[in-house]
Write a protein that binds this ligand. Structure first.
Ligand SMILES: C[S@@+](CC[C@H](N)C(=O)[O-])C[C@H]1O[C@@H](n2cnc3c(N)ncnc32)[C@H](O)[C@@H]1O
Length: 293
């Protein structure tokens, strides 16, 4: 944690201001310490990450559980190995588009929502280094702990803040950032996606750039896949990745005008990690941005 974050964050329980009560610093970064608000809610800073004690998702993205079997780097390698080329191409295109939008909006204070294993983060570190103030948040303390180490190896000068917290209740005041971004992060918030969009917009002056995979509304496999997911205990429905759902999600209120573009289109290939894109079916990468025109 870097101390510049103190003017931006609030206590996740009472929204009060937080103060640093104790700290151990290395090279200007608080590695271990304690934050407290005036109502005596206390939060640890551990291994450089602010821990607001959010609970990981139970089924998908349960990173601490995965790291019991295989370490962070090995898991990264395995997932990449199994990701079809079309999805890697789509990811690359989405990362480039997000970077060009950060430049277009001249955003200096950027919030990455649901950083996960940091596919976008690594690109941002390589591209911007310490030229932007980046804050990364995720439900998972464990994944952020490793993201921090990975980013540091790439550029130790990039002073990034990491916060384990819930993106449906972001611990920031309104307009604290220039821009919120999310790379398939908000899309993974299951029944909280709409809260994720609203919160991303609330905390940034120039709103939210949100990337997600979309499928056609009339895809004939939706019903079958929903049945399969329910049978396996997932509370996620494939309907939530249709084009119309993605558009609906960003209709917050009259004041928020949004543009949505499909920046990549393709046909899903066999993939044992992901259900979406669906094998043999059309998909696109949709990116939403605030319509400033
Ligand atoms: C597919 S990953 C996102 C990919 C990531 N942005 C990247 O660049 O690699 C989805 C992430 O969403 C996170 N997530 C899900 N629900 C969340 C919530 N309510 N608040 C914060 N993070 C959440 C999960 O913990 C997971 O790490």
């Amino acid at each position: 944690m870097y101390k510049n974050i103190l003017e931006m964050i609030v206590c996740p329980k009472c929204q009060g201001k937080l103060k640093l009560e104790s700290e151990k610093q290395i090279n200007g970064e608080v590695i271990d310490g304690m934050l407290a608000c005036s109502n005596n809610h206390e939060w640890k800073i551990e291994e450089g990450v602010i821990n607001f004690e959010s609970k990981e998702q139970e089924k998908a993205n349960n990173w601490s559980e995965s790291y019991k079997e295989v370490d962070y780097d090995e898991l990264d390698r395995k997932i990449k190995e199994k990701t079809p080329q079309i999805q890697l191409d789509a990811q690359e295109k989405a990362k480039k588009e997000i970077i060009s939008l950060i430049n277009k909006y001249q955003a200096k204070k950027v919030l990455d929502i649901a950083t996960g294993r940091g596919i976008l983060l690594i690109k941002l570190v390589k591209k911007f280094g310490n030229n932007i103030d980046l804050v990364c948040i995720d439900l998972s303390f464990d994944v952020l702990k490793y993201d921090r180490i990975k980013s540091m190896k790439i550029n130790p000068d990039a002073k990034i803040n990491y916060i384990a917290c819930d993106a449906s209740k972001l611990p920031f005041l309104r307009d604290m950032f220039d821009l919120s971004i999310s790379f398939f992060g908000i899309q993974n918030m299951t029944d909280l996606t709409s809260k994720g969009v609203q919160e991303g917009v609330r905390v940034s002056k120039k709103g939210l750039i949100n990337a997600g995979i979309v499928i056609k509304d009339d895809n004939s496999k939706i019903e079958l896949l929903n049945k399969l997911l329910a049978e396996h205990g997932y509370d996620f429905k494939v309907d939530s990745v249709t084009e119309s759902h993605f558009h609906q999600l960003h209709k917050i209120d009259e004041s928020y005008k949004v543009k949505i573009n499909n920046i990549f289109e393709g046909i899903g290939e066999e993939n044992e990690n992901d259900l979406i894109p669906i094998e043999g079916e059309w998909f696109a990468i949709a990116i939403s941005e605030t319509d400033m025109s």
